[in-house]
Each structure stands twice: as structure tokens, then as C-alpha cells.
Ligand binder design. Structure first.
Ligand code: ATP
Ligand code: MG
Length: 244
């Protein structure tokens, strides 16, 4: 049996708040096969972003291990982790995180600044990606001159500039209207179809349609769909009682 693409064991992330600890992830075990599309769902504060940040090498675990493509990323030093972030994982944030003073195509090319390729080649590649996300005609717009959906497409193009095999998206449609959200979902589905491994945190039930796997988080732990549904219906019940 080949090793799974991602293998997470005993993963914990505790925040020391002085008088108490927040257990953002309270022991997560998970395997993810290559070229799958996993949708991660869970209520606010359940640890979804924490899990994605740890997978993206943007944060470090308190305990446990995260193996991606045979590499234990919790053991990497800062320099090695920077290389991992650049080469392996493409991260898409809810709030786009584009640099306001740069044009769209400059934003897309930005992660290539450490690569040993010339300025012209960087822009050529960035322009190709702008075309791929349907924004060839917006290359020279600054983020404030783009709609929310267009900004997210620029952010997706930027996350692809180093051709990462792992795509991590944290509520990529959270700030978008229904139609723009749909075009982002199709882009993520295309990335999955082209062989990448995609993990998406979302509250948007439409995303389930594109997924090969679903993951439910409650209080920093992975639960079954049935447990998750039960907890959600209890939450709705108590909210409606409060409303009465
Ligand atoms: N830097 C931090 N310091 C202390 N506690 C934190 C920190 N970041 C997150 N937490 C806590 O960890 C828990 C998990 O947070 P996380 O951001 O992963 O939740 P989430 O599932 O992404 O929620 P949401 O749907 O609201 O984005 C929360 O209780 C949060 O308050
Ligand atoms: Mg979050």
C-alpha cells in the first residue's frame, strides 16, 4: 500500500491564555489521499482554520505530527518551512490578502521573487495564470479596482504561481456573492481535476457537490457526519428556544 499524501497523527494546538488553555485542536488523526477534494465543515471556533494553517506550514503544532508527501513538516526549521510553503502548499484566504500597492499581475508574480527566474519570465507566468482564472483583461488593475470575486481569483492565481500540489483554502467564498462564489468553486474543482489535492474550509453547502471527502470538526476533534448533524440540530433548537 502506498503512503497517503497526508498523514496527521495526534495533532494538538493549544493556546496558553495565562489562566487557561484553549485546545484549538485536541488530538486529530487524519489521512488524505492524493488528488482528493476534502470539504472541512464545523461551527465557528471548532479548529478549522487552525488545522489548515498547520497543514500550510503557517503555524506549528503543540504536539503530534503532520506528514505531507513523505515529509514531516513539524520537524522542519524556519528556512525549510518557508520552502515547503512556497513549493508544496498554495494557501487561499477568506480575505484575499492582496498587496494594495501592486497591480493584480504583480500580486500574482510576487511569490516568485525568491525563484531564480528573470522578471520577464515571472510576469509571463503570472499573466498566464491571470488568463486561467479569467482575468486577462484585469492584469493592471489594483486590488481596490477589482470586485471581491475578482480579487479572490487573483489570490487563487497567486497561490498557483509555484505550481503547488496541495491547495488549502480557508472559506474562499465567505466574502463573495452567490455567483462569484460559484466561479471560485469551479476553479477549485478544476485544480482537483488537474491532479492536485484540495482541502477547503467552507460553510457553503454547494461545495459538498464538488467534494470527494467530507470532514466535520467539533471542539477541535474530528467527528462523524451523524454526530455533527446532531450537534447542529441541538444548536438550532437552543437558538430557537432563546428566540422565544
Ligand atoms: N492566536 C490565538 N490565540 C488564542 N486562541 C486562539 C488563537 N487562534 C485561535 N484561537 C482559538 O482556537 C479555537 C479554534 O480557532 P479557529 O480559528 O481554528 O476556528 P474556526 O473553526 O476556523 O472558526 P471560524 O469558523 O470562526 O473561522 C477558537 O476557540 C479560537 O478562539
Ligand atoms: Mg476560521
Amino acid at each position: 500500500m502506498p503512503e497517503p499524501y497526508i498523514r496527521i497523527s495526534g495533532l494538538r494546538r493549544d493556546y496558553n491564555m495565562g489562566h487557561f488553555y484553549v485546545h484549538a485542536l485536541a488530538g486529530v488523526d487524519l489521512t488524505v489521499e492524493k488528488n482528493t477534494f476534502t470539504v472541512i465543515m464545523g461551527p465557528s471556533g471548532s479548529g478549522k482554520s487552525t488545522l489548515l494553517y498547520l497543514l500550510g506550514g503557517l503555524d506549528r503544532p503543540s504536539a503530534g505530527s503532520i506528514q505531507v508527501n513523505g515529509q514531516n513538516i513539524e520537524k522542519l526549521d524556519e528556512n525549510e518551512l518557508a520552502v515547503y510553503r512556497r513549493r508544496t502548499a498554495g494557501f487561499i484566504f477568506q480575505s484575499f490578502n492582496l498587496i494594495a500597492s501592486m497591480t493584480a499581475v504583480q500580486n500574482v508574480a510576487f511569490p516568485l521573487r525568491f525563484a531564480r527566474i528573470g522578471h520577464r519570465q515571472r510576469l509571463t507566468r503570472a499573466n498566464e495564470l491571470m488568463a486561467k482564472v479569467g482575468l486577462a483583461d484585469r492584469a493592471h488593475h489594483r486590488p481596490t479596482e477589482l470586485s471581491g470575486g475578482q480579487q479572490q481569483r487573483v489570490a487563487i492565481a497567486r497561490s498557483l504561481i509555484n505550481d503547488p500540489q496541495l491547495i488549502l483554502a480557508d472559506e474562499p467564498t465567505g466574502n463573495l456573492d452567490t455567483t462569484s462564489g460559484m466561479s471560485i468553486m469551479h476553479l477549485l474543482a478544476d485544480l482537483h481535476r488537474s491532479g492536485r489535492t484540495v482541502l477547503v474550509v467552507t460553510h457553503d453547502l454547494r461545495m459538498k457537490h464538488f467534494a470527494t471527502h467530507h470532514l466535520y470538526l467539533l471542539d477541535g476533534k474530528i467527528v462523524s457526519e451523524a454526530e455533527y448533524e446532531q450537534a447542529s440540530s441541538l444548536a438550532v433548537e437552543s437558538a430557537s428556544q432563546e428566540a422565544i
